[in-house]
Ligand binder design. Structure first.
Ligand code: DX5
Ligand code: ZN
Length: 220
């Protein structure tokens, strides 16, 4: 499949949120990645429902909501109502992950599980066939602008093997430190959704940065 690109709104200019969403609307981006941080699961707080609703109001692209929060079950319906199309929870935050995934699907959203850098792909063996998406964290969650962890390539290999065996339709997403230098290699390694925050919004021309991430092999 052709890979997807999901610019992370965390790196946008929040004083010009509508402008930055329109930039995404008018770009080759496929989804808008929305990072929710609670100050507990990760040492940072991002934003909540009013901001997601504002993003939804202007976005023409599906909202890919990445929950870096404890007890996500408490809020799944609220995220759906705020406009989420894809809801991804962290394996490390869900003691009853199977129930959480069923709940997301019952709400009519695509269901994803995110893995922190220290969590092996093998932990997904008994849930992977229920998932629409797996998000491999290529930095420790909590902040934009961090350095890409090279071990991610090995995890992409592992998740590709598991997915071929148990769920060929699974989408594999990579999040953290993705930029124009590693995009082609990530796609070659089997990444199907590239999340990119600072490499898009800190670029001189964010629209061009999205074009590059979408078509990396066409560029030198
Ligand atoms: C990190 C978030 C990422 C973040 C990526 O915890 O999950 O989605 O926005 O930002 P960059 O692309 O700057 O690493
Ligand atoms: Zn994210």
């Amino acid at each position: 499949m052709n890979h997807l690109v999901a610019p992370s709104i965390l790196a946008a200019d929040f004083a010009n949120l509508k402008r930055d969403i329109e930039l995404i609307n008018n770009s080759e981006a496929d989804w808008v990645h929305v990072d929710i941080m609670d100050g507990q699961f990760v040492p940072n707080i991002s934003f909540g429902f009013p901001v997601i609703k504002a993003i939804k109001k202007h976005s023409k692209k599906p909202l890919d909501v990445h929950l870096m929060i404890v007890e996500p079950d408490r809020y799944l319906k609220d995220f759906k109502d705020a406009g989420a199309s894809i809801i991804t929870v962290h394996l490390e935050a869900c003691p009853n992950l199977h129930r959480t995934i069923q709940h997301i699907k019952e709400l009519g959203c695509k269901a994803g599980v995110a893995l922190n850098p220290h969590s092996p792909v093998s932990l997904l063996a008994d849930i992977i066939s229920d998932l629409d998406l797996v998000l491999i964290m290529s930095v420790n969650p909590g902040f934009g602008g961090q350095r890409f962890i090279e071990h991610t390539y090995k995890k992409l290999d592992d998740i590709n093997k598991l997915s071929k065996q148990l769920n060929p339709g699974l989408l594999i997403e990579v999040d953290g430190g993705v930029d124009t230098n590693n995009a082609s290699k990530l796609i070659a390694a089997g990444a199907q959704v590239l999340v990119a925050g600072s490499s898009v919004f800190s670029a001189n021309n964010p629209t061009e940065a999205i074009t590059y991430l979408k078509n990396p092999v066409k560029f030198p």
